[in-house]
Design a protein around this ligand. Structure first.
Ligand code: ATP
Length: 291
């Protein structure tokens, strides 16, 4: 092993440095996944318990260290249960970037890419969203490109019909028995309507975001999907992906973002999607600049 330097009695090798760098990257990625969710608070709670356990053990306090030791013993199991969402997200990211991913393999075949592109026109969806927004009719539409989302589709009513503006308008019509919940679109077909989505646990969302927006963000955290939201209250249209939301979008912005999702696979990060507060500030600035 190549020895780099000594700190007191500690011998630091190149492997140790690589180990520390990898752990730092891993911890940073975990922090990025958990940021803004209640999981951070649970993680800090866990960490303080673990530190207390180490102190109590070093001080040889038998009873307390035995009790905390029991708790630490089931720590891994408890962590899996408590951090299910974050672990799912983490595995999803790894699965998405791995070379074995079906989509990644298919991307290399030009005829396959062309076939997928031909399959699907998003114009009826954008027009339907605009019409729904204009009449203050709420809607929730999930775009999936890698799976039919059977688990979520089965929570609602299966449809399996080609997308059309009329069909979307009748699903989300306030008098329709299908209007509650979300519609799922996969490869140009409406797979299901009235689907129940997981609700996000983020506690720093603007107050105006009720259950519809929270369900969209929750779905984008749990799966590799893009979710379109039409607000019943304001008629504004938003998109959610990777736990982030782009608020109050124009038709052109909608088209660009949906096409990006379907054919380019751009992840939404803190760097390329500002917070809702910043988005509002930017929009105000744009209006001022035009005036
Ligand atoms: N878990 C869920 N999965 C799917 N749809 C949901 C879920 N929770 C709520 N909804 C939908 O959201 C509707 C309630 O929306 P709510 O008014 O609370 O949301 P909001 O974010 O304030 O949106 P809006 O601006 O449209 O009022 C429900 O009628 C239902 O259709």
């Amino acid at each position: 092993m190549i020895l780099l330097f000594n700190i007191g009695f500690l011998e630091i090798s190149a492997v140790d440095m690589a180990d520390i760098a990898l752990v730092s990257i891993l911890l940073y990625q975990v922090y990025k996944l958990m940021r803004g969710s209640v999981a951070v608070k649970i993680f800090l709670g866990f960490l303080s318990l673990y530190l207390t356990y180490l102190v109590v053990k070093a001080a040889e306090m038998e009873l307390l260290s035995a009790i905390l030791g029991q708790f630490m013993g089931v720590g891994v199991l408890a962590a899996i249960i408590l951090f299910q969402q974050e672990i799912r997200k983490f595995l999803l990211i790894i699965g998405k970037s791995t070379a074995l991913n079906r989509e990644n393999i298919m991307k290399n075949f030009p005829w396959k890419r062309a076939a997928d592109n031909r399959e699907f026109s998003i114009t009826p969806i954008i027009e339907a969203a605009k019409t729904l927004g204009g009449s203050n009719t709420g809607a929730l539409i999930v775009f999936s490109k890698s799976s039919e989302l059977k688990f979520y589709a089965e929570s609602g009513d299966l449809i399996d019909a080609y997308v059309s503006k009329r069909l979307l308008l009748s699903i989300f019509n306030k008098n329709s028995p299908l209007h509650d919940g979300a519609a799922i679109i996969y490869r140009g077909k409406i797979k299901a309507a009235r689907c129940i989505l997981p609700v996000t646990e983020q506690d720093n969302l603007p107050a105006q975001f009720g259950l519809r927006h929270r369900a969209a963000i929750g779905m984008s955290e749990a799966t590799d999907t893009l979710i379109l939201i039409v607000s019943e209250e304001t008629g504004q249209i938003s998109l959610a992906k990777n736990g982030r939301i782009l608020h109050n979008l124009s038709s052109q912005e909608l088209r660009t973002k949906i096409n990006q999702y379907l054919y380019e696979d751009v992840d939404w990060t803190e760097e390329n999607v500002p917070s809702v507060k910043e988005q509002k500030k930017n929009k105000k600035q744009e209006v001022k600049n035009v005036a």
